[in-house]
Design a protein around this ligand. Structure first.
Ligand SMILES: *Cc1c(COP(=O)(O)O)cnc(C)c1O
Length: 497
């Protein structure tokens, strides 16, 4: 990546504007010009530095700031962005729910910070927790065995597809080289199948936005390795024909993969395993606490039915059969017989898993079922309240509205001016100018009304207003393509240019 400053007049213009409006928050080094010099280079007895010349410096100059100045700086920065603690965040398919702070407290316990290389006997509590989380997730999904290793949903998909491949190979069915993915699926499903070495067969939706059974029958063959399905799908619609779909896939000798990103809609009510799914991932950072976004970290455990368990990544945790009198450890790591190997260090993202465990344990069966009920109720309430057209329904935990003649990206920018975060836009593509909205279970009716009011205010505005939005945010329209392609990774003072 280049650290040369790209030509980005828009960003530069905005920075100048913040300075003018007093909205610009200077860097700490700009705030204070008195500098404290810290240390010189390390020297050995013979006066030579042990480090290469280009890695040494004579001294480090740091700004000298008081504690309140420092606290205010970070508070100001936090106020310049919009986060889950600022207001509703209805980003469909991402489940940006507010996460209870107690899960953070649990992750911050000193006993949570253990070195992953410690002996089994000295980390029995940690292993028990991982074991019980495997068990919780297995019971929630209706799966027989779970690995906690994958660090995200997409990584879980990759593991699931590799496990499916190993299973087919083991059964002398290695010729199966196709994975079927519905056209409304998340981009990671297509990417996973391709990265797993498969040809991707795209499956059209029917008029109601669900899997088209005839098209599925036509797509299935002796080359089918798996069908990847999200249920409810990305339109928030439950696949009513799921048992029939499962039968068709199994009759063709394929496996049924469940993308668990929308598990929030089913928690405590229905289980993918009971619907006929053979393998699934859980996005614990979407369903069971941990703030999602900003690239992680997350966790994407994978659950499978018995037949696939021997192929799961290692290590997993199991309980020893007999409790020995000599105080032998009860929980141990083990490697499944035909494991596909390791996909992450140790057990995966331990602190994320710990938060998921705490969340599930605190809510219990009833709490989880309540969470899905509220998620579904909130989505349906909001869908009724907004003036944008919502072409499909009834929904589960999310819905997709259409911005119609307006540009969905402009609608999103404008919603920021009304003090709320916009929904996911322009996807899935079967709804033109899609506004994919997931209010989540944690928002109150008052907040949903405020969100609906923001949608409806924007729905009545003209293109010129939308094209100029947002007006009230600290950063306005930035050049997102340049920001992504040529990120500026070093800082230069404006006046130095
Ligand atoms: C978020 C999402 C994924 C990918 O999960 P990550 O945890 O973000 O890697 C896959 N499928 C669907 C439907 C999703 O919404």
């Amino acid at each position: 990546m280049s650290d040369e400053r790209p030509d980005d007049p828009q960003v530069r213009y905005d920075q100048a504007r913040y300075v003018e409006n007093g909205e610009y928050e200077p860097l700490l080094s700009e705030k204070d010009l008195t500098r404290v010099e810290i240390g010189g280079g390390e020297e050995t007895a013979d006066g030579e530095s042990p480090l290469p010349d280009d890695l040494t410096r004579d001294s480090l100059e740091l700004p000298e700031l008081s504690e309140p100045e420092l606290a205010r700086h970070y508070t100001r920065l936090s106020q310049m962005i919009y986060g889950i603690d600022s207001g509703p965040y209805p980003l469909g398919s991402c489940t940006m729910k507010y996460n209870p702070k107690f899960t953070e407290d649990v992750a911050a316990l000193p006993s949570a910070a253990v070195h992953p290389d410690r002996s089994e006997g000295s980390v029995q509590g940690n292993l028990e927790l991982l074991y019980r989380l495997q068990d919780y997730l297995g019971r929630i999904g209706g799966m027989d065995a779970v690995t906690l290793q994958p660090p995200a949903g997409a990584a879980g998909e990759f593991v699931g597809i590799r496990v499916a491949a190993a299973y087919h190979e083991h059964n002398g069915e290695g010729h199966r080289d196709e994975v079927i993915v519905p056209e409304s699926a998340h981009g990671t499903n297509f990417a996973t199948a391709a990265l797993g070495g498969y040809d991707v067969v795209s499956l059209p939706s029917d008029d109601e936005g669900r899997v088209d059974l005839e098209a599925l029958e036509a797509a299935l063959s002796e080359n089918t390795a798996a069908l990847m399905l999200t249920n409810p799908n990305t339109l928030g619609l439950f696949e009513r024909d799921i048992t029939e779909i499962a039968e068709l896939v199994h009759d063709a000798g394929g496996l049924l993969y469940y993308d668990g990103a929308n598990l929030n809609a089913l928690l405590g009510r229905a289980r993918p395993g009971d619907m006929g799914f053979d393998v699934m991932h859980y996005n614990v950072h979407k369903t069971f606490a941990t703030p999602h976004g900003g690239g992680g970290p997350g966790a994407g455990p994978v659950g499978v039915v018995d037949d696939l368990a021997p192929f799961l990544p290692a290590p997993r945790v199991r309980q020893r059969e007999a409790e020995s009198a000599g105080g032998e450890p009860r929980y141990e790591r083990f490697e499944p017989d035909h494991t596909i190997g390791k996909v992450h260090g140790f057990h995966g993202n331990w602190l994320v898993l710990l938060k998921a465990f705490a969340y599930i344990a605190r809510l219990g069966d009833e709490g989880l079922a309540d969470a899905s009920a509220s998620a579904v109720l909130n989505a349906n309430y909001l869908a009724e309240r907004i003036e944008y057209d919502v072409p499909y329904g009834p929904f589960h935990h999310e819905f997709v509205a259409s911005a119609g003649e307006q540009d969905a990206a402009d609608v999103a920018k404008r919603m920021l001016d009304y003090g709320v975060h916009p929904p996911t836009t322009k996807w899935p593509e079967i709804v033109p100018e899609a506004l994919m909205t997931e209010p989540t279970e944690v928002e109150s009716k008052a907040t949903l009304d405020r969100l609906a009011a923001a949608f409806n205010a924007v729905a009545g505005e003209d293109d010129a207003t939308l094209a100029d939005a947002p007006e009230r945010t600290t950063a306005r329209r930035i050049d997102q393509t340049s920001a992504a392609r040529t990120p500026r990774l070093s800082w230069h003072h404006l006046e130095d240019e």
